[in-house]
Ligand binder design. Structure first.
Ligand SMILES: [Zn+2]
Length: 306
């Protein structure tokens, strides 16, 4: 069973339970943020609904569950079709496009205060985000895909979207997939005549991929909006680096709230020979997908001709 993201609903964060209602997520109030988050202006992705029944606002005394990977090494793949909106003369992923995407991940990888690393693992024919419960978690891919032809999330008028699947029992991320809305927005991947800059967008999405929510600092990569022509999110702000290194500090394995650490999936390539089922794992049978509604861009122009 491949879980698919919801097709509607507008919010900062949404949850989808497989075959269950979807509801709007809360924005964490300052009372739910740690002193470190407030001081350094980052926010880790969290949920106040670890049972995954319905997403409701955090009550004042509720402790939100952080959502993060349980491994310091996570692999990702890129859809082999690339984007004909960006590179009309090529019907497959070009080296330039691949380089821009890898650079966006590397910007986070190169931070020395963190042990966390995202590793490029080639291309895939897979086009859809989500988590396949019919195969081993380690065989699920983490996907980057361009949506040239249509944007399958009509109520998310966003330039890109990151879908995260996690275990509600301990917040462990099992899968993260990034979709780029080239169907509705004009992207560029060079320094000239910049429209929606690919690396500006991708570097922000990678922050969601690894477990960061939006920063309150308007100059941070993880700030929730971007102006047309903007490129400053290609480089990380101190707030972004503080968030990364808080979740995945150098010298430590990741620590999940239930005490497990460092033994989780790293999101490897799909291998149909390695099937196993997640059934029988109690509360984790109902894996949760979070849609990180991202970069609600300011002054964006529609893609020409649309
Ligand atoms: Zn975002």
């Amino acid at each position: 069973m491949r879980l698919l993201p919801p097709l509607a609903f507008a919010a900062t964060i949404l949850l989808l339970l497989p075959f269950a209602p979807v509801a709007q997520a809360q924005v964490l109030g300052e009372e739910h943020r740690t002193e470190e988050e407030i001081e350094h202006e980052f926010v880790q992705t969290r949920t106040c609904d670890p049972d995954g029944l319905i997403q409701s606002p955090c009550s004042f005394d509720q402790q939100p569950l952080p959502i993060q990977w349980n491994s310091n090494t996570v692999r990702y793949v890129i859809n082999e079709m690339g984007s004909q909106q960006l590179h009309p003369d090529d019907d497959h992923l070009t080296d330039e496009l691949k380089h821009s995407i890898i650079e966006s991940f590397e910007t986070w990888n190169e931070q020395e205060c963190s042990a966390y690393e995202m590793v490029y693992d080639g291309t895939t024919t897979e086009r859809f985000p989500g988590f396949d419960t019919d195969i081993d978690p380690e065989d699920n891919i983490n996907l980057v895909v361009f949506r040239d032809d249509d944007w399958p999330h009509p109520h998310y008028h966003a330039v890109a979207l990151t879908t995260v699947t996690f275990r509600p029992s301990n917040g462990e991320v099992l899968s993260a997939d990034i979709e780029i809305n080239t169907a509705q927005f004009e992207f560029t991947d060079s320094d000239d005549d910049v429209a929606i800059d690919l690396r500006n967008t991708m570097t922000h999405e990678v922050g969601h991929f690894l477990g960061l929510d939006h920063s309150p600092n308007h100059t941070a990569t993880m700030y929730f909006t971007a102006a047309e022509g903007e490129t400053h999110k290609r480089e990380l702000h101190d707030a972004d680096i503080a968030g990364l290194c808080h979740i995945y500090p150098e010298g430590d394995e990741p620590n999940l709230p239930d005490g497990t650490n460092g033994a989780g999936t790293d999101g490897g390539n799909r291998d149909d020979n390695g099937r196993c089922s997640l059934s029988g794992q109690g509360p984790d049978q109902g894996l949760i997908m979070v849609i990180l509604f991202t970069l609600a861009a300011i002054c964006l122009r529609r893609r020409r001709g649309k």
